[in-house]
Every structure is written in structure tokens, then in C-alpha cells.
Design a protein around this ligand. Structure first.
Ligand code: FAE
Length: 539
């Protein structure tokens, strides 16, 4: 399929971008004069005060706070705007029916859970700049969101603040008091995190799977905890009542959510655009940043079409550049720019300290008297906490197949100590990651501290049909890449790349590999902390 015969609405016109911004972002984005936003995609030769690479959590926080401080910001995003419906009237496709919108430049899906009843479930799709990237390194597949909003487009929205006791091992150089008194509350408010109403949880069909998870956890003596999410809980209750279009209850997760989830497009980015000082260039990928002769930095950007081809290469200058391309995106850029001489003075910590947040998946086969429900909300709302005793926090995850599976499914976050390193491979012209599949074994052992015990208590077994033929553990992937430009090592204690005044890292690359829970609240809170200092001191 060529880019010209895509289903209608798949391309991005400037008009569609602005019109969509109105419909998706709400009135907040419309009322202001939008000086910077009106400028449109960045022009070749442009000069901007601040350029932000990437539109995920770190980038969105930086853009909003800089704009509120009166600075014009241009955000450059390699993925699409995701503001225009396809011919089916929907912006995103469903997890059960992945189409051209699902994957970033793949011709076959690569579902995290890729088998069911022992049969492979991946299917052919047209190559397209879809919303979920399954990026393969030699020992691990790293899932990431692609588009305006970054990971917030594809993730489960679980907005978890780590326990304060665990914080010193998460970010050792950061004062816990300032995080827990100021920046975590600020981040949670900005993201719109809230917890499910426990009474509704107890009565609704769509969380039967989580109630089974609770029963099994508690019977084995594990604390079961409700976990905040950025999904609009009122909307979900209306879905269950049948009064609004179904989204979480229609299996929308992983390839985008069309209604209730408050992705960054509806929160930080909407506020940022409402200032009139923030412009976004979707389908633009930064390939180089280097000091400019005249001061500031020269940034080279490839403009992409929906087939992933470069249609134009633009060179712009910026006084300051924020790397917010995600742990993998930022690390790959910095490692390559250091090795190829564009930013040779970056220090030797660049590329180090990468971890997978200890992610490992598994399923359990329940007895016939413990059905988990044909209707499952795709938005998780709870977890099993065995961090202090066993090094594992397990999200009670949905398996929204639309049929009764008698399966309990879990994504565990574990205290896996292994860390990998990104390095430049001159022979292939790519950045490699040293992670090895066998490095997941500590994560499996930690997850087993929960599930071996539950299985023994319940007289149940692990599912062996979800990740291959007779394979128990989903140990080939992570949803939570962290590190690669670690705070106070590759950067100073606020994300400054000190060898190059005006260059900053402000995303998950700063966090050294683990947050003990799902990471985006910590990424957001750290970005809030750092940008406040940078605005006060540097600008
Ligand atoms: P991120 O959100 O990845 O944004 C980086 C952006 O930069 C992306 O939009 C990229 O397309 C863009 N980019 C990359 N390289 C370039 C370039 N060269 N030029 C221009 N743009 C570029 O970074 N976390 C939770 O806390 N709770 C959850 O429930 C949860 N569920 C998840 C489920 C899935 C399936 C996945 C994939 C992730 C999940 N996460 C979850 C992880 C979370 O989304 C992730 O930690 C954050 O999105 C990372 O935020 P950053 O700002 O670091």
C-alpha cells in the first residue's frame, strides 16, 4: 500500500492537525491566539528559543512550564499527531483488530502476548507510522509509544507513586522531601490521576478479573492495593451503564484509546498549547544536534511520510535543546552524537545504567469456579505488593479477549539488578544495547515469590500458552525502559549536559533503571523538579 492510498484520514494536513487539536484537546486549546502554534511545522532554517525532542511526559512538562514562563517552544515528534479519525470514524484501532494504525513501521504485528491457547496470534498489517513501536534489540523488545503524547497514547494509564521508603534507591541524588511534598503531588494533579471507586469496583462485571486477583492475593497473605489511573472513572462507569461509546470496556489499550483515557494530549499538552507559545511538528525526527558557530545548537530534522520515508531534511537552530525522546530515543541520540563527533565532550556515563524496570509477564490458569469474566476493563486498577519481601510488585492486568479465559494475567515489576549499556556500532551504523535475555532470570525468581505461593494455595498452575508453545514467562520484553543518561552521572543533578550549556535531558533516560512501580508519575515529577530549577537558574 503506498502512502497515497491509505484509508481516509490517515495522512496529516495542517488543517486536520489544527481542527483535530480542537476536537481532541477541547476548548482550552482553541481560545488563545496561539502565536507559536500558528507557525505550523518547523521551517527549514528556522531559529527557535527552545526545541524539545519528543512529546512524551518529560517533553510535555518542559514545554508547559517553559511556555508559562514566557518562552516560545517548538516540540519535534517523530510519530503522528493522532488527531484525525480513520475511515471507521476512530482515531485508534482496537487491540482485538490491529490494523495499519497499530505498529510503527512493521508489516506484521508483534503483540506482547503473542500466543493464545498455544497458537500464534500475530497478523500481517500494512506498513505505516502506527502508534506502538516494538523496537528490537538483540536481547529484548522495548515497547514505546510513537506520536504526539508519546507513551501516554499506548500505556495503561497506571499512575503510581512509589513508596517513600523505596525512593532512595530509585533516585539516590534527589531529596525525597521535595519530591513527596511538592513534585509528586504536582505531577499527579497535572496528569489527573485518580483511584477507582471501591464500591463500584466491587459490583461491576468488568473488574471481576481484578476481584479474583484480589481474592487469590489475600488468601496467600499478600497486600492487594488499588492503584490510581489517569482514565476518567466517571466515563468508565457510563461505559458500563451503556450510555456512552465503549472504550476501556471495548478492549482499547496498547494501540490507543479513543475516549476515556486522559493521555498527555488532554492534560499537559492541552495546557501547553493553550498558552499559545507551543508549536508541535509531528512526523519530524531529530537526527543531529551540534553546537552552532553562531551560538546555540544546530538541529537536523528528517520530515517523514506515513511510510516512514524521509520527504525533507530541515536544519534549524535553537538556543536550548531538551532531549525528551524517551529512555531509548534520548540514549540512542546521545550515544551516536558523542561517538560520531557531533557532541564529543558528552561524558562517559552517556549510554550507561539502562534497565527494564524488572518487567516480566505471566498468566495463571484458574479453576472453572473462578471465571475472570468475558467483559474486562482494559484499564488495570490494582496490584499485589510483595516488594519489600520478594522484590516484586505485580499489576493485576486485563486479558480483554472478549471471551471467558479462566486466566489471571499479571505484569510484574521487579527489583532486577541487571543494567545494560547502549554503544555505537560503527560497522552497522546503529546503537546496540547490551541486554541479554538471560538477565531476566532474577525478575522471574522475584515474580515467583508471589505466584508460586498463590498457585500452591489455590491448587492452580501457570498458563503455558500465552508466550509460545509451552512457555510460562513473558521475559522477552519491557514496557518500561529507563536510564541511559542517568541523573547526576551523565547529567548534573537537574538534567543539564554540562559540557554543552543549553542542552538538557528531561525524560525517563534520567532514571537509573527501576522505579519499583510503573514509571510515568516519577518521570513526570522529576521533570517538574528539574524544569523548575532550570527556569529559575538558567533562563
Ligand atoms: P516517551 O513517553 O516514550 O516519549 C518520547 C517521545 O519521543 C515519543 O513520542 C517518541 O516518538 C519521540 N521520539 C523518539 N525519538 C525521537 C526523535 N529522534 N525525534 C523526534 N521524536 C522522537 O518518553 N507507565 C506507567 O507509569 N503506567 C502504565 O500503566 C504504563 N503502561 C504502559 C503500557 C505500554 C504498552 C507501554 C509501551 C508503556 C507503558 N508505560 C506505563 C510506560 C510509560 O508509557 C513510559 O515510561 C513513558 O511514556 C516514558 O516517558 P518519556 O517522557 O520518558
Amino acid at each position: 500500500m503506498s502512502s497515497s492510498d491509505r484509508p481516509s484520514g490517515s495522512g496529516i494536513s495542517r488543517r486536520g492537525f489544527l481542527a483535530g487539536a480542537g476536537s481532541v484537546l477541547g476548548a482550552a486549546a482553541l481560545g488563545e491566539p496561539a502565536t507559536a502554534a500558528a507557525a505550523g511545522p518547523i521551517a527549514n532554517g528556522a531559529h527557535v528559543p527552545v526545541l524539545v525532542i519528543g512529546t512524551g511526559y518529560g517533553g510535555s512538562v518542559a514545554a508547559l512550564r517553559l511556555a508559562q514562563a514566557g518562552v516560545d517552544v517548538h516540540m519535534v515528534e517523530m510519530g503522528m499527531a493522532w488527531d484525525t479519525p480513520g475511515s471507521d470514524g476512530k482515531i485508534f484501532c482496537n487491540t482485538r483488530e490491529p490494523d495499519y494504525r497499530s505498529y510503527w513501521l512493521r508489516t506484521r504485528t508483534k503483540a506482547p502476548l503473542n500466543y493464545f491457547l498455544g497458537f500464534p496470534i500475530d497478523r500481517d498489517i500494512p506498513r505505516y507510522t502506527g502508534v506502538l513501536d516494538a523496537e528490537d534489540f538483540s536481547g529484548i523488545t522495548v515497547y514505546q509509544g510513537r506520536g504526539v503524547g508519546g507513551g501516554s497514547l499506548v500505556n495503561g494509564g497506571m499512575a503510581v507513586t512509589p513508596k517513600r521508603a523505596n525512593f532512595p534507591s530509585i533516585l539516590p541524588s534527589v531529596n525525597p522531601a521535595e519530591m513527596y511534598d511538592t513534585y509528586y503531588p504536582r505531577a499527579n494533579a497535572g496528569l489527573g490521576a485518580a483511584t477507582v471507586d471501591p464500591a463500584w469496583f466491587d459490583s461491576t462485571d468488568c473488574y471481576q478479573y481484578a476481584r479474583v486477583g484480589r481474592k487469590h492475593a489475600q488468601r496467600s497473605g499478600f497486600p492487594f492495593v488499588f492503584v490510581p489511573d489517569v482514565y476518567d472513572w466517571t466515563y468508565m462507569q457510563q461505559e458500563a451503564a451503556g450510555t456512552v461509546t465503549k472504550s476501556a470496556l471495548a478492549g482499547e489499550i496498547l494501540y490507543g484509546n479513543n475516549h476515556g483515557k486522559k493521555s498527555l494530549q488532554k492534560t499537559y499538552l492541552a495546557q501547553a498549547r493553550a498558552t499559545g507559545r507551543v508549536a508541535v511538528s509531528p512526523l519530524h525526527k531529530v537526527t543531529s544536534v551540534t553546537p552552532a558557530a553562531s551560538g546555540g545548537y544546530t538541529v537536523v530534522i528528517d520530515q517523514l511520510n506515513t511510510n516512514g520515508d524521509t520527504t525533507a531534511t530541515k536544519t534549524v537552530t535553537a538556543d536550548r535543546v531538551f532531549f525528551a525522546a524517551g529512555s531509548v530515543g534520548t540514549s540512542k541520540l546521545l550515544v551516536r552524537l558523542k561517538a560520531t563527533g557531533a557532541l564529543p565532550n558528552l561524558n562517559d556515563e552517556v549510554g550507561k545504567g539502562w534497565g527494564d524496570n524488572g518487567n516480566v509477564m505471566c498468566g495463571r490458569a484458574n479453576h472453572l469456579w473462578d471465571p475472570t469474566g468475558a467483559l474486562q476493563s482494559a484499564i488495570p486498577c490494582s496490584g499485589i505488593d510483595n516488594w519489600s519481601a520478594g522484590g516484586a510488585f505485580a499489576e493485576v492486568a486485563p486479558l480483554p479477549t472478549g471471551i471467558e479465559t479462566y486466566a489471571s494475567f499479571y505484569l510484574s515489576i521487579t527489583n532486577n539488578p541487571n543494567r545494560a549499556r547502549f554503544s555505537w556500532n560503527a560497522a552497522t551504523g546503529t546503537v546496540d544495547l547490551s541486554w541479554q535475555t538471560s538477565w531476566k532470570q532474577p525478575a522471574i525468581d522475584m515474580a515467583k515469590t508471589i505466584f508460586d505461593k498463590i498457585n500452591a494455595k489455590e491448587g492452580t498452575i501457570y498458563r503455558t500458552d500465552l508466550f509460545g508453545v509451552y512457555k510460562i514467562w513473558g521475559d522477552h520484553l519491557t514496557y518500561h525502559p529507563l536510564g541511559g543518561a542517568v541523573l547526576n552521572k551523565a547529567t548534573d543533578n537537574y538534567g543539564r549536559l554540562t559540557a554543552y550549556p543549553g542542552l538538557y535531558v528531561i525524560d525517563g533516560a534520567l532514571i537509573p533503571g527501576n522505579t519499583s512501580v510503573n514509571p510515568f508519575v516519577t518521570i513526570t515529577a522529576l521533570a517538574e523538579r528539574n524544569i523548575e530549577r532550570i527556569i529559575a537558574v538558567d533562563l
